[in-house]
Design a protein around this ligand. Structure first.
Ligand SMILES: [Zn+2]
Length: 91
């Protein structure tokens, strides 16, 4: 139960049961971003056009590599949501 989080099917398929992964910058195995424990803005930021998630920390980079949230279909979705002022979501 402690590893459950709301996500889309694509990200969930990439994450599966993982709780850690490799930071592509350092090559070290690190914990994945945990939305119940971690602050999103500490680990990630948006690209200037708000379509691509960029990792700020080793956990952020490992999470992006593992979940692949910058898939072309999701970038297209973010473009559409930007045009209707629904992205980025306000916390
Ligand atoms: Zn997703």
């Amino acid at each position: 139960m402690s590893n459950l989080a709301m996500s889309c099917q694509g990200c969930n398929s990439h994450k599966f049961v993982s709780t850690d992964s490799i930071d592509p910058e350092s090559g070290r195995r690190v914990p994945l971003y945990n939305p119940r424990r971690d602050e999103w803005n500490h680990h990630f930021r948006w690209s200037p056009d708000l379509t691509v998630i960029i990792g700020r920390t080793s956990s952020g980079r490992a999470t992006i590599k593992k979940l692949q949230p910058n898939r072309p279909a999701l970038i297209n979705l973010k473009l559409l949501l930007c045009q209707t002022s629904r992205h980025p979501a306000q916390e």
